[in-house]
Design a protein around this ligand. Sequence first.
Ligand code: HEC
Length: 131
Amino acid sequence: MKFGKILLACCLIIGAAKAEDVLKKSMSMMEQGMTQIQQGFLNNNIELIRSGSKLVDQGNNLFSDKKVIATYLPADKKHMVNVAENAAKRISLDVNVLELNLDEKAYINAANAYSDMLNACARCHSIVRKW
Ligand code: HEC
């Protein structure tokens, strides 16, 4: 019985550490991706925009599940999980819009998709940070 409890405690701790990892990994991938996209637009380096967009997409995929997102919302903001989830969905859509516009060489539209991504980051952060 005692051993069982210790085992359970260990599992919970490892589980929490893993969840923390998902957040860190996801956010740092997206941060790196956004930086690359910005540098790509500023320096007219289309390949850099593309690789940044892939990073944002991968990072966002790690943190788009409603249950995962809910874990990170403060107790008094749990009811806003749908808004937070929508921000993640918006990023995913923006990635598509950005890439399609790059294919079409519609760079202004692609840059607008990047701006919208940035707004979506802020939308979710505003909930967790009580901005
Ligand atoms: C669905 C919600 C959500 C979305 C969307 C989101 N984030 Fe986050 N982000 C969080 C949470 C939760 C934290 C941790 C709490 C905090 O830092 O306030 C965080 C923290 C961060 C951090 C700090 C990480 C650290 O280790 O302290 C960075 C950088 C970051 N996000 C980048 C981004 C970027 C870039 C985007 C958009 C491409 C983005 N986030 C979109 C929820 C989100």
